[in-house]
Ligand binder design. Sequence first.
Ligand SMILES: [Zn+2]
Length: 86
Amino acid sequence: MEHARNSRLAQLQALSETGQSADDHLLSTQAGAIQRVLKEIDEAFARVDDGSYGSCLSCAKPVPAERLEILPYTRYCVPCQGRAAV
Ligand SMILES: [Zn+2]
């Protein structure tokens, strides 16, 4: 979890440092994507604090541990994520 957050922060840092010469649109797209992930990670930390971490925000069932390993900051279980993406 900490690792996921730190590597995103490092990516964001690298993007802002190489900013000048890179394609601005591509750069802002990437930075936006990373910032979204960072926000999700921050929200996940907040849920760890309030005790709701690991539960699906939609159906309130526990999110499987395998899924949390792949996506530690996910907010939804697989079926709810699938519904949200449609
Ligand atoms: Zn769910």
